[in-house]
Design a protein around this ligand. Sequence first.
Ligand SMILES: CC(C)(COP(=O)(O)OP(=O)(O)OC[C@H]1O[C@@H](n2cnc3c(N)ncnc32)[C@H](O)[C@@H]1OP(=O)(O)O)[C@@H](O)C(=O)NCCC(=O)NCCS
Length: 247
Amino acid sequence: MQNLMTSTTGTLRFPVARAVEAEEFYIRPAEHRDAAALSAVEREAFPMQWPPTRFSREVTRRRTSYLAAARELPISDYTGGPFAPQGSPRDSEAGRGILSRIAASLKQISFIDGLRGAEAPRDYIVGFVGIWFIADDAHIVSLGVRPNDHRKGLGELLLLAAFREARRYGMREVTLEVRASNSPAQALYDKYGFREVGLRKRYYIDNGEDAIIMTTPPIANVEYAISLDSLARSHAVRWGHLLQPAT
Ligand SMILES: CC(C)(COP(=O)(O)OP(=O)(O)OC[C@H]1O[C@@H](n2cnc3c(N)ncnc32)[C@H](O)[C@@H]1OP(=O)(O)O)[C@@H](O)C(=O)NCCC(=O)NCCS
């Protein structure tokens, strides 16, 4: 199957031959009506997070971007279509069958429907990244993917989208904090050239763990921009995910 892909430059479009028939994921800006779905992702990706993020406020903050990784939720999902969303880890304990996946999807919907005046979800959010633009620094405040969708290139897709935002806002570098014990996330950041620049002792209040501060080289640096572009291309060929919804 062929797919049209947009590069990180936002202009170049090239065909991608997919090795396997993949689920179609894309990135889009998170909106006010996504708040409940974002909270659900946060509970799954960051079970120890306290206090929970107030996404309804966060998505409307100035000099902030929240981006969602999502896939479409066509009507056929409710009748067991081939792209029926998967549920939370708790659901997977009860089996990964089509019924449990539909139940998980409906759970997300009814949760949202429970909010006064909430609109129906437009798709199924599997992850998000939050970025604060502080002076010339794009600070990634949160990046998480639902555990059932780990290792599908989505954390990387969200990171690529964060780089695109940083470039769009003219930021000099990208910075974040990561738990000292979080080796999957550190491997992701290493892959994208983040380097340790400091430590915040006992930063996390839940277990007193240290935070490692990591920063990229200047993103406009030619060498770094070339390596970023190459990573984006490899990711596109490997996964076929979209940096924006297909038009
Ligand atoms: C960290 C996280 C976002 C990665 O998301 P993901 O979608 O599973 O990651 P991807 O499939 O895009 O993997 C991209 C790269 O990350 C690294 N990586 C991801 N998971 C890894 C794991 N379990 N072990 C080792 N490396 C891992 C690898 O370098 C990988 O590249 P590769 O596929 O070429 O090996 C995800 O594990 C997560 O949501 N964790 C919980 C929340 C969290 O810790 N967020 C980070 C806070 S700083």
